[in-house]
Design a protein around this ligand. Sequence first.
Ligand code: ADP
Ligand code: MG
Length: 697
Amino acid sequence: MSSGRPEILFPLFAAVSGLKGIGPKTAALLTHIDVEAPRDLLYTLPHSVIDRRLRDTVQGADLPATLTVEVEIGQHRPARNKGGAYRVMVEDAQTAFQIVFFHARGDYVSKLLPFGARRIVSGRVEFFDGMAQMVHPDHVVLPDEANTLPEFEPVYPLTAGVSQKTMAKAASDALDRAPDLAEWADPALVKREEWPGWRDAMTQAHAPQGTADLSLDSPVKRRLAYDELLAHQLTLALARAQSRAKPGVSSVGDGRLRRKVFAALPYKPTDAQMRSIQDITDDLEKTQRMNRLLQGDVGSGKTLVAFMALLTVAEAGGQGVMMAPTEILARQHLESLQPLAEDAGVVLELLTGRDKGAERKAKLAALARGDIQILVGTHAVFQKDVAFDDLRLAIIDEQHRFGVRQRLELGRKGLAVDVLVMTATPIPRSLALAQYGDMDVSVLDEKPPGRTPVKTALLSNEMMDSVIDRLRHAVAEGRQAYWVCPLVEESEVLDLTAAEDRFKRLRAVLGEGVVGLVHGQMPPAEKDAAMARFVAGETGVLVATTVIEVGVNVPNASIMVIERAETFGLAQLHQLRGRVGRGSAESTCLLLYQPPLNESGLKRLTTLRETEDGFRISEVDLEMRGAGDVLGTAQSGLPRFRIADLERQASLMAIAQDDARKLLQDDPHLKSARGKAARVLLYLMRQDQAIQLISVG
Ligand code: ADP
Ligand code: MG
C-alpha cells in the first residue's frame, strides 16, 4: 500500500513508537484506538477541553468544576489513619477551601504545598461536608510559573494504559512533524468558508480554545471533515470516471416493444417512473457505460422501470439480465414480468442455482444463441459458464447491501455492460452520496396512486389471543395475512422453533390448510410451494421468518402481524410493512411487542406508527443508529470517518461530491497543481482503492 506514497507524507506514516513519549508498548496499546501511524494520532482529535484559565476564587463557581486559582497555603492536617484524607487548608482571594490527598506518602504533601507559601493550583473542585475541596490537584505551580499552565487543556479519547499527558505530548510531536501541504480544496470554497489550510487546521484542532472550537460547525472542524469527505468522494469519482471511460455499447431502441407494454398496462406510470425510464434510456443511448442507482421505496414501482430498460436493449437487438438476491424474488420477477414479456413478444427466462442438467444446458444454449432476450435470476446468472450472445444491461435488484467494493469488483470481472442497481431501502441523501457517490441516481419519490395507507397499531403481546381471534374473522372474509416471527439472536435454530410453534398454534385455531410456513432452512422446493399456495390464495396466513422481507408481492395480503416487533430495526420493519398495502383493500399492520418497551424500541415503533414515508423513517434510523450501522459498515465500503459526521454534515458531503467530480472533469489524471495536492490527500487518507485507480489509469 505504501507504493507511490509521496515523500512529503513519510513522517506521518513512520512508526508511532518514534514519537516523543511513545515506546513499543504504548504504540501497541494505541492500535486499540486505531492509531497506527503519526497520521492517525493527528486524526484523533480532543473531544473536550478543560478551561484552566486563572481565576480569583473558587467562590461562586458552579461546582463541581475544574478550576485554577492562586492560594496561600495554611494548616496541614495529615491523615489520622492509613488511607485517610490528608487535608491542607488554603485561601484564595476570597474564600478558604481544602486540598485533599489520599494515600499521601512521607513528606510529599508538605513539599508540594509548603505552609505559608503561595501556589497556583488547578483541579476539580467539589462540595463535601459543606466545604469546597479540591482532591488531588492536576497541577501545582509557582505563581511566577503561571504561564506553564495551558489556558485550555485538550482532552483526548484514551485507551487503557495511555494517559492524557502521553497523548498530548505525542500529538504535539506529530504536529511538529506535520508538513505544510498544498491546498487540495477548491480555492473559492476555502475563501467562502474562511477555512485555514490543512496544517493550521490540524494545529488548531488539537488546541481548542474553549468549547466553541469543538463544535462540528467550527471552520477548523468543517475543513478537516471536508478533507475526509473529499477524499472519499474522489475515490468514488475516480471509480465513476474509470467505468465511464471504458467503451460501452450504445443501445438505441425504436420503442416498438415498449409501446406494446405501455398499451397493455392496466395503469398509468407515475411521473417519477417516466422520469427514471427517461434517465435510463438516455444512459443506454450513450457510448459511456451506465452506472445508475434507482432508489425507490417499497411499492414505488421499480420493476416496471427495470423492465422498460430491458426492453430498450432488446429493441436494440441486445440482451439484458436482472439479478435478484433470493430465489423467491427471482421467481416473483419472473411471474410479474412474464405477462408483460408476452405483451411485448420477447423471450424471458429464469436461471437460478436450481437449474440443473439438460434443462440448464438448453437454457444456456438458447442464451448464447441470443434466443433469450431477457434473463431473470439469482447470482447464478453470473456463473462462469453463462455466456450471452450480446449482453448489454445488467440490473441488480434490492441490493442495498451491495457495497462500493463489490460494485467495483463487478466492473473488474469484465462485466462490460450498462449497470442499473435498484434499492428499496430509502437512505438519507448524505448516506446515498457516501455509498453511491460513484453512480448517477434516479429516485422514485412518488407512489402509484390509489394506495390506501396502512393502519399501524402497537399491541402488547398480552393481546395475542384477541389478535388471533381478529385474524380468524379476517381470514373468514377472504383476507390474507403475513405473520412474521421474532428474530432470535444468533440462532437460526431458535428462529425456526419460534416460527414452527407459532405455525402450530395458528393452525390449531384457524384450521388445517389455512396456514402456511416459510423459513430460511426449508428445502427450496417446499419454500416455493408454500409461497405459491399463499400467492394463489389457498392459504390465508403465511407464517414466516424474515425471508419475506424483500420484494415479495401478494396484493391480496392486507394484514401484517409482526411478533416481538421491538427486536427488529426500523428499516426492516418498514420493509416488512411494505408487503401489505399493495392492493386496494384497507391494510393493517400490527406490531406486537413484549412490554416493557425500552426507549429505543418505543421510538422505533411509534415512528413506524406515525409515518409511512421511507425517507423520513431512514432519517430517524440514521439519527438513532449512526451511519455505519444503517448501511452495515463491513459491506458498505464506507470508510469510518474520524471527524466528519454524515448525519449532521450532509450538505458538506454534497459539496465534496460536486467538487470531486468537477476536479476530475477538469483534470482527469490529477496532473495540475491542485490535482497533485489531491493525490497527496488520497494518500493521507489511505484511499488505497483510489490510488489503484490512478495507477491503473
Ligand atoms: P417495488 O418498487 O417495490 O419493486 P413493484 O415494482 O413491485 O414495486 O410494484 C408494486 C406494485 O405496484 C406492483 O403490483 C405493480 O404492478 C404496481 N404498479 C407499478 N407501477 C404502478 C403505477 N404507476 N400505478 C399503479 N400500480 C403500479
Ligand atoms: Mg421490487
